[in-house]
Design a protein around this ligand. Structure first.
Ligand SMILES: *Cc1c(COP(=O)(O)O)cnc(C)c1O
Length: 397
């Protein structure tokens, strides 16, 4: 069966050109960048070229870019590294309630180590409350970390405004931009960002490689101890092929950023419009305007996300549910709860994240499949029957 992939927020397919760029470093050009003979120096040069490319794409200096093993490592290094290095100034960190677990669980760990963390609320569209953010700043606040765009509902946060607040109070500002890099133009200078995380596999690069930007005047401690790689900030032999792949993928994504965004928005808006026309009792989660070009997240009343995903899988469709049942917990997504959804509504959610490989025909297939599956599941639902026969009142979503 043909597989139709609508889960580009989970991971993306490596671009053919990226794979070609990586190949030599998995075969003939295998030198260790720390070695002083020529095949080592050559790979070192490629890593430095990649650093320059990445820096240019976000308007940073090459010396402000550190390569890591993934987005999660970049997040850990930024939050823990900055917290530890600035401990004498204070122990207070501000974040949002809708961060990725790589940030939330890092903050929880820091709380166990004596740091204090404030988790700021978001509105019903997932946009952070800037007044609450500023009200929570105290003398001991050393770091604000707020994601650029949310991985579940696609909401884009007011990054420039947060940067201005951070600057006004002389606080370091980190953003988890794993969902944004490669899909939104980012200028760290203009946006007032002091530290930023990215991950190659979210923009058609390979898995297992990420990058962290840290502004040159910001102190942070290393998290991985060992050799002197990455200017003594991240030990471990460089993942040369991965780093080359990350830079190539970012360069391609950045060059095509407007064209791709336009294409993805067309698919997304067509999907959103069709679902709202063809299926009753649905709610679009996330902000209609301030949202990633690729993301559409709907809650379907009287539906279990789990059964929806399984039925879509039978039709060769890959998507993701707002419920975290599959990952071993029965709690619905913390993001959907933070935007005010009730548990049972959050459970019936579906995240679709489009990619440049998707066609309009793919989207039509997705829409038709959803209409059919949702009608069938609702017909089987006792709750839906109660509702149809008037024994159950529909409350606000
Ligand atoms: C995917 C993702 C991460 C984690 O990146 P990995 O490279 O998979 O570790 C962190 N934050 C956000 C917002 C993500 O979407």
């Amino acid at each position: 069966m043909k597989v139709r992939y609508f889960d580009n927020a989970a991971t993306t397919k490596v671009d053919e050109r990226v794979f070609e760029a990586m190949k030599p470093f998995l075969t003939s050009e295998f030198g260790n960048p720390s070695s002083i003979y020529s095949i080592g120096r050559e790979t070192k040069k490629k890593v430095e070229d990649a650093r320059e490319t990445v820096a240019k794409c976000i308007n940073a200096q090459p010396k402000e870019i550190y390569f890591t093993s993934c987005g999660s490592e970049s997040d850990n290094t930024a939050v823990k590294g900055i917290a530890y290095a600035n401990r004498q100034k204070g122990n207070h960190i501000i974040t949002s309630k809708i961060e990725h677990p790589a940030i939330l669980n890092t903050c929880k760990q820091l709380e166990k180590e004596g740091f204090e963390v404030s988790y700021i609320n978001v509105d019903k569209n997932g946009i952070i409350d800037l007044n609450e953010l500023e009200r929570n700043i105290k003398d001991t606040t050393i770091l604000i970390t707020v994601m650029f765009a949310n991985n579940e509902i696609g909401t884009i946060e007011p990054i420039k405004e947060i940067g201005q607040i951070a600057k006004k109070h002389n606080i370091i500002f980190h953003t988890d931009a794993v969902q944004a890099v490669g899909s939104i133009k980012i200028d760290v200078e203009d946006l007032g960002i002091d530290a930023l995380s990215m991950s190659a596999h979210k923009f058609h690069g390979p898995k297992g490689v990420g990058a962290l930007y840290v502004k040159s005047n910001v102190k942070f401690n290393k998290i991985i101890d060992g050799g002197h790689q990455e200017r003594n900030k991240r030990a471990g032999t460089e993942n040369v092929a991965g780093i080359v792949g990350l830079a190539k993928a970012l360069e391609i994504a950045n060059n095509d950023i407007e064209k791709n965004a336009k294409y993805l928005k067309e698919l997304r808006d067509y999907y959103i419009k069709s679902i709202e026309e063809k299926i009753k009792f649905v709610k679009l989660n996330g902000d209609r305007e301030k949202r990633l070009p690729s993301n559409a997240n709907f809650s379907f009343r009287f539906i279990e996300g789990e059964s929806l995903l399984l039925n879509l899988d039978l039709k060769g469709i890959c998507a993701s549910s707002g419920s975290a049942c599959t990952s071993g917990t029965l709690d619905p997504s913390h993001v959907l709860l933070a935007i005010g959804l009730k548990h049972e509504i959050a459970h019936g959610s579906l995240r679709v994240s489009f990619g440049i490989d998707n066609t309009k025909e793919d989207v039509d297939y997705l829409i038709d499949s959803l209409v059919e599956i949702i009608n069938r599941l609702r017909e089987m639902s006792p709750l839906y029957e109660d509702f149809v026969e008037g024994r159950y009142e529909l409350d606000e979503m």
